[in-house]
Write a protein that binds this ligand. Sequence first.
Ligand code: ADE
Length: 229
Amino acid sequence: TKKLAIMGAMQEEVEPLLANFENINVVEYANNKYYEVNYNGLDIVIAYSKIGKVFASLTASTMIEKFGCDTLLFSGVAGAINPELKIGDLIIADKLCQHDLDITAFGHPHGYVPEGKVFVETSKELREIAKKVASNNEIKVIEGTIATGDQFVHSTDRKDFIETTFKADALEMEGASVAVVCDALDVPFFILRAISDSADMDAGFDFDEFLKSSAKVSADYIMQIVKEI
Ligand code: ADE
């Protein structure tokens, strides 16, 4: 890795990352701020995209195409689907899909458009590094499928649909769009999330309550991973 991108969607997800650095150079571009740092001789660009697939795609593309990042890590929070995932637990995505992409009217499966794919896989090498860091530090983490859509899911109906259709373990609003960008541009990437809620009736309340603490759990683990990259 010559230049590392670390992104989140919200300020709360990126703040606990930025807290680790001094001498931060801020670059304003495309209605956003990009934070350049050097850490152990490694150039890193940090940014939060704003919520949702479009903003996340723009930020991921910018970090790669304008800033020249050749590896991308995402840190943030997610809603749990898999009942083994409790608030504050970590999930590494092995693959991601877009649960709200729907041209089933034309006989295609959910999440599929022609010349695309339902699931985009993350870098196996980065997952291996992350799992080694987890086992060396007794960090509990599961590996699974993350479903992404431009919706804050707060109903068991929608959650059940995403579980049955994609066998997803967690859901959020950016990961799969970042995955599509990185896959197309041939940039190895890693998507990490800590659970903030269970995407059910209480999700809005839980999210507000646990966003900051879970974002920090994710950011702290990302920083340990960065040391091994
Ligand atoms: N990120 C964290 N919780 C979420 C939820 N319930 N829906 C969508 N994205 C989320």
